[in-house]
Design a protein. Sequence first.
Length: 160
Amino acid sequence: MAYPTVAVANAFISRALGGLIPDLSPMKLQKLMFYAQSWHLKIYNEPLFDDFFAKWQYGPVIPSLYHEIKSYGANPINHLISTIDGNGWNPSNLNVQFVTPVVPANDFRTNQLIDKIISVYGNLRATQLSALTHMDGTAWSETSDTSAVIDNDTLKRCIK
């Protein structure tokens, strides 16, 4: 079962807030998410989260996540992402509930993968990660059109 994108993003943000990832800017988070999804597809043959990457100028980006964290600009993200819970929302009832999606601590497989991604890529700057995603043979470089969706088969095939 794939997690909501924000739950996986919050796993990285939580670790950054705990000092395990330096300077977790929106760009850096996008690239860590790219590697997490790609490796999860390669190792487990299933997506880690339920969203897609688009080919943008500075590398692969999850558009929905971009809009959640764009207010940080190039600055470090300093809060977990909370979303409005749409279950049962009724316009006549203005009780709005915010939730903060997370990867459960007892999901050892997912947490181990996230920690491995951090150990390999976490100390790199956002610009270094962006440059890595632009290299020949990457899923970003193999996707022809700017703004096109980078499909999961390409993510899986191109990660090495």
